[in-house]
Design a protein around this ligand. Structure first.
Ligand code: ADP
Length: 339
């Protein structure tokens, strides 16, 4: 669980996150020391931090800030290092390191990182602000996606993964909540949250991390794994988008059990899909990671080619789509697995 601690400072407010049940405020009430520190802060010299919370993740709140020079709105993750668990600090460092080196149209851009404070105890990760909300929320509103929209979204996520894996990085937490739309009504998406990302450099990993319901079975089983874990997660997302249901249903225990052995619920919504769509999902959700396609192989899949040929994908985005009423309530999964 996460909690947000806000410190009033008279002339404004300042926030930082406490992770995993750490509900202790960072420091006491307003202090002139704090004002002095803030006036010396390179981050505050450049940005006006706003109260608005754009979203909350495992590391706390992501807040809006405005660049003083350009008046551009950005998204900021701020952290008080001494309040963080070592594991979360490690995730933050890896996110900063990985994101800084990346540049792809389907991956969120990092605008800057600040490590500062009297004891160098604050970290600010400044990100390009995405205005279109999470794929999760759009799917909740629509219930499910038509094939064209699901294919277009899948294509973009796979393009991001081709690039990411080519850089020797696996994301390890690809899920509906970690895919955001660039702008409201746009179909252009970006992969976010690189807190679990790591370099694989051709080798395998055994650290258990990801989100139950999306994580590949080999991760849950504690086996060695590769970047193919991201492909499994894309399979879960595609299943979700086309059927309007997650691939594993039930209570947490049941989901974990099915996820661990990779036994997807064969619901009517799945069997009603065209055969080529089912084949694509089955390929991505191959229990044996060696049988799973790479991201670039998945891009060549006949279903993807039929529903979203590359030329079309490039020509259509961004476009506005009608939004319908929600068809089913969907619980936001909050089932992180971490090493
Ligand atoms: P954490 O690493 O703490 O889990 P995330 O990166 O997943 O945090 O972000 C948490 C939420 O904040 C996201 O699900 C999203 O709703 C929102 N968010 C994250 N990055 C941005 C961004 N660049 N622009 C707008 N909202 C964002």
């Amino acid at each position: 669980m996460t909690s947000l601690t806000t410190l009033s400072t008279g002339g404004g407010s300042f926030s930082s996150s406490c992770v995993e049940g750490g509900s202790t405020p960072l420091t006491a009430s307003p202090s002139s020391d704090f004002e002095v520190e803030r006036s010396l802060s390179p981050f505050y010299a450049k940005y006006d931090m706003k109260d608005r919370v754009l979203g909350t993740g495992t590391g706390g709140a992501v807040r809006e800030a405005v660049c003083k020079a350009s008046s551009r709105s950005v998204a900021v993750k701020s952290y008080h290092k001494p309040s963080m668990r070592p594991k979360n600090l490690h995730n933050l460092r890896s996110e900063m390191q990985v994101l800084t080196g990346l540049s792809h149209p389907n991956i969120m851009k990092v605008e800057g990182t600040f490590e500062e404070g009297e004891d160098n105890d604050m970290v600010y990760l400044v990100l390009e602000r995405l205005h279109g909300g999470e794929l999760f929320d759009r799917l909740v509103v629509k219930g499910h996606f038509e094939e064209g929209e699901a294919a277009e979204t899948t294509r973009q996520v796979l393009e991001a993964l081709v690039y990411l894996h080519g850089q020797g990085v696996m994301h390890r937490d690809v899920k509906l909540e970690n895919i955001m739309y660039e702008a409201e009504g746009s179909s252009k998406v970006r992969l976010i949250d690189f807190g679990h990302a790591c370099e694989f450099g051709g080798s395998t990993s055994r650290n258990r991390c990801g989100t139950v319901g999306y994580v590949a079975p080999e991760v849950l089983r504690g086996e060695a794994y590769t970047e193919k874990v991201d492909i499994w997660s894309v399979g879960c997302i595609l299943f979700d988008m086309l059927t309007g249901r997650p691939p594993f249903m039930g209570d947490m225990k049941a989901i974990l059990k099915k996820n661990r052995i990779g036994r997807v619920d064969g619901c009517a919504e799945f069997w009603d899909l065209p055969q080529d769509a089912r084949i694509m999902i089955q390929k991505l959700l191959a229990i044996n990671p060696e049988k799973r396609p790479s991201a670039s192989e998945a891009l060549q899949d006949p279903w993807l080619q039929r529903c979203c040929p590359k030329e079309v994908a490039e020509a259509v985005a961004p476009k506005v789509r009608a939004v319908s009423e929600p068809t089913a309530a969907r619980a936001r999964p909050c089932r992180s697995v971490s090493a």
